[in-house]
Design a protein around this ligand. Structure first.
Ligand SMILES: [Fe+2]
Length: 450
């Protein structure tokens, strides 16, 4: 199998062929395709092969798997469908790198991804180059009708790869956190962050609550731009009067919750949360380490003291909910979040800042404004991840992308420091089970207004 892989992977990525006159939408789409594909390479360029094969927990996939799986997506849903007589780069990859698409065939067990030493990282890169070249050839040679068919799936594949770029970052963080050497993923980002935020200006005052009147609002994606199917159909929803905190909860505030012994006080916790806290012996956010009575934080730039002004992150839904109860507040619903975000420009600490860590606010928000809505940390909402009224998953394997996960998970909004700026939307619904902590997840408080 590997011999075949090497032989076929000797092809390298080439510039798009010009067998036909390429239209500007074609060039734009291919440019976007390569931009995003190259960013995966950039994210993993400082990792050595030994880094790229470790799976620390079943939720975490090895870097190599992310690089291969995103490639499998383009191969399976585009090349195999539209290239006549297409021969798999390596037929066994279809089994190894399918994640959860039952309609696309059987798959390797998720929790065993760390046992796969072959293909090597190098062979995986060649697999990427081979599929890139085939996509170039197919798309640049497509007539208008074919392009119209391929374009939505290629666009979906590009967004899919961006999702995996975020997972690659959070997964390698979890992998590195297991290592007593505390390896550094990217030097410098944190130092820059510290320089940019020397004072506690943004968190020196208590968070203020911005009030919103009762309103019936339109929820969900509109327009012709890309969105996932779970962001629609757009529909009306009644949002009762509420107030939303004008910034994220900070490490300093979370330290007060911890100091108040909240991890040992069942009155703040959901039953399932209390069970989980005790089973897992949680007493601080994931990646926090206590040394000589002081809290340290493992970041992608190494281990450093907890900065009280940064947004708290790596918390489960249970911890977010317990903190809100302790603070005399609650988590927002996803509709409240979307309403508050309606007129806010999508700007913030995204992966493009290369900090790979949430940043302290450098100034308090202006009156009536809410800050940190985008980037930094995904904000837990109290909304269960459910279909919007009228939602129907598309037929076939791609219908498995979102719809089948609408059970036992909560919606998070706004993106994080590991999300691409071009990947997030006001209507974007991320979702995770309530006990998960390894994503950049944080807290924004809300309150009822009676
Ligand atoms: Fe995937």
């Amino acid at each position: 199998m590997i011999e075949t892989a090497v032989a076929q992977d000797n092809r390298t990525a080439t510039a798009p062929s010009r067998s036909r006159e390429s239209s500007s939408p074609t060039l734009n789409l291919l440019a976007r395709f390569h931009e995003v594909r190259n960013f995966s390479g950039k994210l993993s360029e400082n990792l050595v092969p030994e880094d790229c094969v470790v799976q620390s927990i079943p939720d975490v996939s090895p870097t190599k798997w992310h690089l291969a799986h995103t490639t499998w997506f383009f191969e399976t849903f585009i090349l195999k469908k539209w290239v006549a007589g297409y021969r798999d780069a390596v037929p066994e990859y279809a089994y190894l790198f399918n994640s959860y698409y039952n309609a696309a065939g059987t798959m390797h067990r998720r929790d065993l991804r760390g046992l796969i030493s072959r293909p090597t990282v190098d062979q995986t890169k060649k697999y990427r180059a081979s599929v890139n070249a085939d996509i170039d050839e197919l798309v640049s040679g497509a007539d208008e009708k074919l392009f119209r068919e391929i374009e939505p799936i290629l666009t979906l594949g590009i967004h899919h790869e961006q999702q995996h770029q975020e997972l690659l970052i959070t997964d390698i963080k979890h992998v590195f956190a297991q290592n007593p050497l505390y390896p550094v993923f990217r030097e410098g980002g944190m130092h820059k962050s510290v320089r940019l935020a020397p004072a506690s200006a943004g968190t020196s005052r208590s968070a203020e609550f911005v009030e919103f009147d009762e309103a019936t609002i339109e929820i969900g994606h509109e327009g012709n731009g890309f969105s996932y199917d779970n962001e629609g159909p757009r529909h009306r929803a009644l949002v009762l009067p509420f107030a939303l905190a004008n910034r994220l909860v900070s490490n300093g505030e979370y330290l007060q919750f911890m100091a108040d012994d909240a991890y040992s006080r069942p009155e703040f916790w959901l039953s399932l949360g209390w069970m989980t806290v005790n089973e897992q012996s949680w007493r601080a956010p994931l990646y926090w380490i206590e040394r000589d009575g002081e809290w340290w934080n493992f970041t992608l730039s190494g281990l450093r003291r907890v900065d009280p002004n940064e947004p708290v992150t790596h918390l489960s839904y249970f911890e977010a909910d317990a903190y809100a109860k302790w603070a005399g507040a609650r988590l927002p619903t996803e509709f409240e979040w979307e309403r508050a975000a309606a007129k806010i420009k999508i700007d913030g600490n995204f992966v493009e800042t290369e900090q790979f860590h949430p940043a302290a606010l450098t100034a308090s928000p202006h009156d009536g404004e809410v800050a940190q809505m985008y980037g930094d940390v995904w904000e837990w909402t109290r909304s269960s991840y459910s279909p919007y009224p009228g939602y129907r998953a598309v037929p076939g394997a791609l219908g498995e992308y979102n719809g089948k996960f609408m059970c036992n998970q909560y919606v998070l909004r706004g993106g994080s420091c590991a999300t691409s700026r071009t990947h997030i939307r006001k209507t974007y619904r991320n979702f995770f089970q309530p006990e998960k902590r390894w994503q950049f997840m944080g807290i924004r408080l809300a309150r009822d207004l009676s």
